[in-house]
Design a binder for this molecule. Structure first.
Ligand code: AHR
Length: 538
């Protein structure tokens, strides 16, 4: 080659990596999917949400009041309901969080004008009007088509208070509490799919050692009954048709004391005990902070911040594996689920907002973080059977941000929308050669992916390229089917810290995405910093 040609070749290769027409991938990965090797069902509750009385999470975010000029149905904002219906929210955890262990349900039922105003001591010391209570929560669930996950107060509450709350929600007349519910407008007993037995009893939920918690949990668990005839039999000694699932407080991230204590107590129950108390789920809380004290910015961050936060979030994989192996010791049949009922990126609050309200922006980076976490939950679907991102609206890593009458959907919202086909789908065995993304001393897999078959037999892939610097080609080898093409959506944006704002709400939105097959296999041309979800056409 002449010197001139060599120079042109060198120039071309340089431009191909960094230049604007440089969407030619410098890298390739391989994703081999075994369509006939079926794994566990991906419980749709993995895509669950969490809504706490915290900042604008409930008031303004969901509840605007019946007399509001903001369009609403019985006080619940219409725009939020429509958006949440579209992502098929399966379950909503409520009323907390920390708030749950200070919540007294009686203050939140009955005529609105007669409800007392209390103080939300945990989240800013602001007035809690109690206008959004049990019946409004159930109405909200009904409007968005989700199921209930109610956390009882095991901090400042008593077993009697919790038992009466359940009676109010689930009993039939002539129980006086059931009659009170009927008088408050709800004739039928509510269905409670999950019951949370306290929250973070190693932190805001009380200063309980793991052993002390177990004793307290057994007491509450023993006396709190669900009377809904569609869920429970009339006697603890008879099998129930569709029993409410009870979720005990479990670990704070990697700490194992609660996992050991709760699982040991459950695994060594005497046969008689099993009639009176049960644990169907163990809660795990894991937040991605990007440093402590809270220092990771939600906007205007560098690639260094980007890589650090994603690297940190991936720790949840080892944490889940660690707790699962302890659970396996006491529960080889995996009857007790690991319930990741608080997770997400907890970042610096939005400037100009009350820092106690935990309102933060949500960038493309957070959407990628959500996809990586969902993939991990999906890969552990045999044990992880519910997860609830913190939190649904206006708080931490939310789906929705509101400003009075305005509402925007976050990049994380779109991940939940794109992943809808994975709800209750069957995980497919797959192998990934993921490549590597490296910045300084931070290294992680460049590509991540999951494959599943939905109830209609369609095969879906979700594939993420975390590398912000270049596109990549993922060769998908399909063992068991021959593809013609794949179509779906891709989420990306100009920058890793691109966000949707009230002024520009469509900066990070999914776009159409497709791939043609060659010899039955596919190559997905993934843009830099992107998440794609596709359905395979055969
Ligand atoms: O999600 C915010 C808070 O984080 C919850 O109230 C608490 O459970 C956790 O510490």
């Amino acid at each position: 080659m002449t010197k001139r040609l060599l120079f042109i070749a060198f120039l071309a290769s340089t431009i191909c990596v960094r230049g604007s027409w440089a969407q030619a991938p410098a890298t390739t990965e391989t994703f081999t999917v075994h369509v006939d090797k079926k794994g566990p069902t991906i419980n749709r509750d993995i895509f669950g949400q969490f809504a706490e009385h915290l900042g604008q999470g409930i008031y303004e975010g969901i509840w605007v009041g019946k007399d509001s000029a903001i369009p609403n149905t019985r006080g619940i904002r219409t725009d939020a309901v429509e958006a949440l219906r579209a992502i098929r929210v399966p379950v909503v955890r409520w009323p907390g969080g920390c708030f749950a262990d200070e919540y007294h349900w009686r203050k939140g039922v009955g005529p609105e004008q007669q409800r007392p105003t209390t103080i939300n001591s945990l989240w800013g010391g602001v007035p809690e009007p109690n206008t959004f209570g049990t019946d409004e929560y159930m109405d909200f669930l009904n409007q968005i088509g989700a199921e209930a996950y109610v956390s009882i107060n095991m901090g400042t509450g008593t077993p009697q208070e919790a038992a009466e709350w359940l009676e109010y929600m689930t009993a039939l007349p002539p129980s006086s509490l059931a009659k009170e519910r009927v008088a408050n407008g709800h004739k039928e007993p509510y269905k409670i799919k999950y019951l949370g037995l306290g929250n973070e009893s190693w932190g805001c939920g009380g200063p309980f050692t793991a052993d002390d918690y177990v004793e307290r949990m057994k007491l509450f668990n023993h006396f709190v009954h669900n009377f809904n005839p569609s869920q429970s039999s009339p006697s603890p000694f008879l099998p129930s048709p569709n029993p409410m699932k009870r979720v005990a407080v479990g670990p704070d991230a990697a700490k194992t004391e609660y996992t050991e204590a709760v699982m040991k107590a459950w695994g060594t129950r005497q046969p008689m005990d099993a009639f009176f108390w049960n644990v169907d789920g163990l809660s795990l809380h894991f937040y991605t902070f990007g440093g402590m004290p809270l220092s990771a910015p939600a906007t205007d961050f560098s690639e260094k911040e980007y890589s650090k936060v994603l690297k940190e979030t991936l720790n949840i994989e080892d944490i889940i594996a660690k707790h699962s192996s302890i659970m396996d010791k006491y529960d080889a049949q995996k009857k007790v689920a690991l319930v990741v009922d608080e997770w997400g990126a907890w970042l610096k609050p939005m400037p100009g907002t009350n820092p106690a309200f935990l309102k933060q922006q949500n960038s493309l980076r957070d959407a990628i973080l959500a996809a990586l976490n969902l993939n991990i939950f999906i890969h552990h679907a045999d044990r992880v059977r519910m997860a609830n991102i913190a939190q649904m609206v206006n708080v931490i890593q939310s789906m929705i941000l509101t400003d009075k009458e305005k509402m925007i959907l976050t990049p994380t919202y779109y991940i939940y929308k794109m992943y809808v086909p994975f709800q209750d789908a069957t995980l497919l065995a797959a192998e990934l050669e993921p490549g590597e993304y490296k910045l300084g001393d931070v290294a992680m897999k460049r590509v991540d992916g999951v494959a599943a078959r939905d109830k209609d037999g369609q095969v879906w892939l979700a594939v993420t390229n975390v590398d912000p610097n270049g596109p990549t080609d993922v060769h998908v080898n399909l063992d068991g089917i021959s593809a013609k093409s794949a179509t779906g959506q891709v989420l990306t944006a100009d920058k890793v810290d691109s966000v949707n704002t009230f002024e520009a709400s469509n900066v990070v939105v999914p776009k159409e995405f497709s791939a043609q097959a060659v010899n039955g296999n596919l190559t997905l041309h993934l843009p830099a910093k992107s998440v794609a979800v596709v359905r395979i056409q055969q």
